[in-house]
Design a protein. Structure first.
Length: 268
């Protein structure tokens, strides 16, 4: 009767070593695939937002939906009927909550329920960052905000400067102007100043080397870095991955190079 020969210790160690090598190759590959899938989902979110915005604009005969600002959720406004997405009343700066249940022209175009609508406005790589000091008991539920110049006078309205919303045909060079920004920690749907306001800093959570700021960041060194990108939607519907440095250069150069700025003004 022949005795069955088992593996020797050396053979077992060789097999374990080979498995270890294979895992060291496969794990980064799988992680990379997951990351690319999330980046692709973020891009698809923005395309869905573009389609919803265009449909809502068409319903309003060419006038764009109104981006909500923080003051619109304090109980003293919310008087407009043309918000893209409403802010919830009582929302504090830093833990902004949007009303994906019943507030805004875009809702019916984003999905049948609150979950699907919120998913369209939330990047899957968002870690709920807050680039300012403070305590944030409520998780922010969106990652994107509109260019403030869709609603130019939201915070400076007066009898001579009414709070108006532009018409789509007023946008010059739509392929060069950003309509929706991916931000690090938006506090409303109105990206007012990405160069100086922490609540408007553009995201860098995508691409190789991207390191979004941790909570309570007080120094904007990452704004001058080319290590990571954010996804940004342009008025012609295309999505571009841009570093914060590229966005900031566009924002601060607006006075001298208005027609080449990513950011503003839209009507020149």
């Amino acid at each position: 009767m022949r005795r069955q020969r088992g593996f020797t210790l050396i053979e077992l160690l060789v097999v374990i070593g080979i498995l270890g090598i294979l895992l060291s190759i496969l794990i980064p590959t799988v992680n990379g695939i997951r990351k690319r899938a999330k980046e692709g989902e973020c891009t698809n979110n923005l395309r869905q937002i573009f389609q919803a915005t265009m449909l809502a604009t068409n319903e309003q005969n060419g006038q764009m939906p109104r981006p909500a600002i923080q003051q619109d959720n304090r109980g003293n406004a919310n008087t407009f009927k043309d918000y893209a997405i409403r802010m919830l009343e009582g929302t504090a700066i830093g833990d902004a909550q949007a009303d994906f249940q019943s507030g805004g022209l875009l809702l019916k175009f984003l999905g049948p329920d609150k979950v699907s609508r919120q998913r369209a406005f939330y990047c899957p790589m968002d870690r709920n960052e807050h680039p300012t000091l403070g305590s944030y008991p409520t998780e922010r539920n969106f990652s994107y905000s509109y260019n403030r110049y869709i609603r130019p006078n939201a915070t400076t309205a007066s009898p001579t400067m009414p709070d108006y919303v532009i018409r789509l045909e007023q946008v010059r060079k739509p392929g060069a102007r950003i309509m929706v920004f991916e931000e690090v920690g938006p506090n409303d749907f109105w990206c007012s100043e990405p160069a100086t306001a922490p609540s408007d800093w553009p995201s860098n959570r995508h691409a190789k080397g991207g390191k979004p700021p941790s909570n309570n960041v007080t120094q904007p060194e990452y704004l001058t870095s080319d290590s990571g990108t954010g996804n940004h939607l342009f008025f012609d519907g295309h999505v571009e991955a841009l570093t914060p440095k590229q966005i900031i250069a566009g924002a601060t150069a607006q006075a001298a190079q208005a027609n080449t700025s990513y950011y503003t003004p839209l009507e020149r």
